[in-house]
Design a protein around this ligand. Sequence first.
Ligand code: F6R
Length: 259
Amino acid sequence: MAEVIIVPSADEAGALVADEIIALIAAKPSAVLGLATGSTPLPVYRALASRRDEMDLSSVSAFALDEYVGLPVTHAESYRSVITREVVEPLGLKPSRVHVPNGALETIEHAGEDYEAAIEEAGGIDLQILGIGTDGHIGFNEPGSSFASRTRVKTLTAQTRRDNARFFASEDEVPMHCITQGLGTIQSARHLVLLAFGSGKARAVAGAVEGPVTASLPGSALQLHRRATVIVDEEAAAELANADYYRHAYANKPSWQGL
Ligand code: F6R
């Protein structure tokens, strides 16, 4: 199962993940990062930006999890724009090494295959940052997504469109479709780091970590991964039955283990 780390704050989680990414890049200068968008990973990106001097990012590549279909990339809320604003510019990553699925309608039929090929060509993803939706989605793999799925077009649930309406002028403006790495794509990454903050995520986190492994809760796919780390604040940990054990295991974690 996943290692669960309960931290006092999102900033503390951001600092922990930044430590891990800095160590990864030091060990492997051509590391391939998997990037999530949304609110959850922002403390990681902020922590990394504040420690830019400690990393040589010139050979690092990155792949975003997902993109809206049919939203112009120039739109402020396209994930291409978000990744540029929140990650590429503050960290100084080379734009040509940062990939986002192509949500343009003209090429959408083969955009999934193209993205899979690009990930493979880069040598696969070393560390994939994940958030989780209130309905248990990871990437935009909504409940019912196949554990074997690769990058493809999905229809967003009404719940996800409601949740993401905060980034748009109204819920109607949230696109209906997205293109997302599949659960199979995510499972192929060498290390998964899922973050969740706030009470709104407590049920999805408990289901993902301790519930049955089921396509009805896509985050539960983490239980099948050989190296998955889940970092949550107290609110998001509130429904975990084994929270005391996770705290005990983390307090006694050998220092050489890293995340
Ligand atoms: C975004 C993504 C989604 C989000 C999830 C949580 O790239 O893959 O799975 O991580 O919708 O969103 P936030 O972090 O905004 O609560």
